[in-house]
Design a protein around this ligand. Sequence first.
Ligand SMILES: [Mg+2]
Length: 340
Amino acid sequence: MIDEASIINRLRRVIPSHAGPSHARRRAALRIPIGIGDDAAVLAASRGCEWVVSTDSFIEGVHFLARLHSPDAAGYKALARATSDLAAMGATPRYFLLTLSLPAQRAGAWLDGFACGMARAARRFGMRLVGGDVSRHSSVAATLTVIGDVRRGAALTRSGARPGDALYVSGELGAAQAGLETLRREGARASARHAHSYSLARHLSPDPRLRLALWLARNRLASAAMDISDGLSTDLARLCEASGVGAAVRAASLPLVREPGRVATPRDAAAALERALDGGEDYELLFTVPHRLASRVPKRLGGVPITRIGEITLKRKLVLLNADGRVQPLRAHGWDHFRK
Ligand SMILES: [Mg+2]
């Protein structure tokens, strides 16, 4: 029989929480005096650190499609998306809460797959489940509240970019969008190729740039940072708005995703540029570095490429500098729930 308690127990068994082998429990108890199972959790703060907290929805039909996304991919992605916001702040992920609504017919094998995917993400990012809530609903809706910590005063924000700062992105842009297009074209069977396609992997199991963000925070190099969840054109506009500046992006410098074994036509190139500017869900890091510190930014960190794509400008406008010398306004055409 499926009831609330059995759903919670299954989630607890699979997803790392404060329970577990006794040695792990003792270690975790130092940080989680009271974990999942009581009315609320009690968490011990590390000395000299501040909490960083964020929440993110993951809704069937909006953020994932049950016919294209396996329950494992949905579980992994739900936590990865939320954790990317902690990375964007330069925080170390620690804990999360899961609020899950689902239909009764999804409370069996589907839920097991979802929990496995979420457990995989939790282990990868070093996070523990400390609480949540389950309820019955006509479709799946998950809300992930994530908690991390950062050395006092060291959090990266969107608002510190200044004119003249160099503008960078991690990874390759447009990868997740290319992966989504493949998935839509080929259906669920494309998931089987998951391991062999960079863009499919970026779409199905995004990897928040935790290591790079921590490195930037620790070395106090970034003047501003955020993660790219809705597309470069939209997220860069948000960063510039928060900082009260503009930006010039060089089209030829953008790290476009390339699928191996394909000869690119001019139309492919145009599509790749559009994906890089407006494609969502890359969860790459967008950050600025004062000009005098730019030489300290490596070309790669932990295997992840870092590319300088332009500069922050005094004039509060976003422009795209094309290879042929044309300058065009860079309009926000990324993802927006309320603008279609
Ligand atoms: Mg974000």
